[in-house]
Design a protein around this ligand. Structure first.
Ligand code: ZN
Length: 239
């Protein structure tokens, strides 16, 4: 844990110096993040979801009209409302802690004491700098400290943190920290392999590159354990 913290802090500190001298375009294209927690205002949940949808609908209509679109067109007129509902109820519903998956833990009745790997978890997120999709696969693993978690909950945790404006590094750490805290162990690993549409469809327009981030806690910092995890991820299985 300490090693990760140090690396991350060094990264954040060096970012801070650079951030102050960078334009907002540069900050977006370099994909800097300023912290592990999603930056939220203290009054983030004073407004109800219904009020937020109404407000976003109004502002999205303004954006479309500013771009010169005719909102009287049958195809376009429902768009501001659709976008607003999609933001609050789907794409960004992981901002609200009320939507956090309820995690039930079970006793490790089978005495299974090896690592459990849930690989190839599909996720869809959005880049917080451009609000365009980030999508890919997450691979997570843990070694039980006595309690086990339902498999689908691992997917749900990945999904919950994906449904926020994100940077991939933060998404990786948020998933790992949540797993560590609910499983009561440091022995957690997360790898995310993702495509960023802000890199492939605009800006540098690189269609072939992908971004890989990782978090190794506890026993996963040991080379043997880490290699075992990576081997399982690599394993090609016929289903
Ligand atoms: Zn971006």
């Amino acid at each position: 844990m300490k090693q990760n913290d140090t690396t991350l802090n060094t990264l954040l500190n060096s970012n801070k110096i650079k951030l102050s001298t960078m334009s907002s375009d540069e900050i977006g294209d370099e994909h800097f993040s300023t912290g592990i927690d999603t930056p939220m205002k203290a009054n983030a949940f004073v407004m109800s979801d219904e009020e937020k949808i109404e407000k976003i609908e109004y502002h999205f209509r303004e954006i479309m009209e500013t771009m010169g679109l005719d909102l009287n067109d049958d195809s376009l007129k429902g768009t501001p409302n659709r976008v607003a509902k999609m933001y609050i109820n789907e794409l960004f519903n992981g901002l609200n802690p009320a939507n956090k998956p309820k995690i039930a833990l079970f006793d490790n009745k089978y005495q299974y004491d090896q690592m459990l790997v849930e690989k190839g978890i599909s996720f869809y997120s959005n880049c917080e700098h451009h609000f365009v999709p980030i999508y890919g696969k997450a691979h997570v693993a843990y070694i039980t400290s006595g309690k086990v978690i339902g498999l689908s909950k691992l997917n749900r945790i990945v999904n919950y943190f994906s449904k926020r404006p994100q940077v991939q590094e933060r998404l990786t750490v948020q998933i790992a920290r949540e797993l560590q805290s609910c499983l009561g162990t440091e022995d957690v690993a997360v790898i995310i392999d993702a495509k960023h549409l802000c890199v492939s469809s605009r800006g540098i327009k690189d269609e072939s590159s992908a971004t890989v981030t990782s978090f190794y806690g506890g026993k996963f910092k040991e080379d043997r354990t880490r290699q075992e995890f990576l081997k399982y991820i690599d394993l090609k299985t016929q289903y």
